[in-house]
Design a protein around this ligand. Structure first.
Ligand code: SAM
Length: 244
């Protein structure tokens, strides 16, 4: 049926493309793709010859109204280069405007590097905050880190190899040395997940950043356990004894 189909695509391993995603990519009237050259490879993989149109940060405002118009009568798929659209990728305004016009909106869930990294890291996953890419300028980056320092949740960040060392150093400075993990090339041939304290990881990657795509996961602050109930009772008794 007509509408907007948000399609998650693999973050490295083509085997992660779901049958449902392949089906939509083979049948949509039009595929709005962040980079049509990247998506062309995926379409070849599934044997799809459906037409594509670029949809990225630089043309989105201009082409969005046309896409919104077309999805009333046609099935329009949205994909990004890799992973889930809108997760540090374009698409949110397209969905917002599609909702405003009452379009039929369907998501085809699938890989996202943030979630995949959380499953590898061995850090608490019950509460997490996704920060995407931190700003590259030092002051803005430090401010972003300071803003979240007190939040009792794991943090998930995207980063590139060349900037990994500087970002880890800024995280140590802003958060102290928490447990953390650097997950790299997830689902690809050289997948690895290196764990340690932020300070250890900052030192390891200080000289040269590794190749490939990277997710940093940082554990929540200060794992000091809450006082035992017995201790609280003892503390209260002591305090009471000291009362005049
Ligand atoms: N929308 C994508 C998703 O759902 O994961 C993320 C797009 S964002 C522009 C690209 C960043 O995601 C990379 O710089 C890297 O931080 C992370 N990333 C993507 N693929 C990855 C992979 N296979 N392994 C580790 N990190 C990856």
């Amino acid at each position: 049926p007509p509408g907007l189909y948000i399609v998650a695509t693999p973050i490295g391993n083509l085997g992660d493309l779901s049958p449902r995603a392949a089906d939509i990519l083979s049948r949509a009237s039009l595929i709005a793709a962040e980079d049509t050259r990247v998506t062309a490879k995926l379409l070849r993989h599934v044997g799809s010859e459906r037409p594509m149109t670029p949809y990225h940060d630089h043309n989105a405002d201009r082409v969005r109204p046309g896409l919104i118009e077309r999805m009333r009568v046609e099935a329009i798929a949205l994909v990004s280069d890799a992973g889930t659209p809108m997760i540090s990728d374009p698409g949110f305004k397209l969905v917002r405007d599609a909702r405003a016009t009452g379009a039929h909106i369907v998501t085809i869930p699938g890989p996202s590097a943030a979630i995949a990294a959380l499953t590898l890291a061995g850090l608490p996953t019950d509460r997490f905050l996704f920060l995407g890419f931190l700003p590259s300028k030092e002051k803005a980056r430090a401010d972003s880190i300071a803003e979240v320092a007190a939040i009792r949740a794991s943090l998930v960040l995207y980063e590139s190899g060349p900037r990994l060392g500087a970002t880890l150093a800024a995280l140590v400075k802003g958060l102290g040395s928490r447990d953390a993990a650097v997950a790299r090339e997830i689902s690809k041939a050289f997948e690895e997940c290196v764990t340690g304290t932020l300070a250890e990881l900052a030192e390891r990657y200080a000289e040269h950043g590794p190749k490939g795509e990277i997710v940093i996961v940082v554990g929540p602050p200060g794992d000091a356990p809450p006082p035992e109930v017995d201790d609280v009772d003892a503390l209260l008794r002591e305090a009471l004894d000291r009362l005049p």
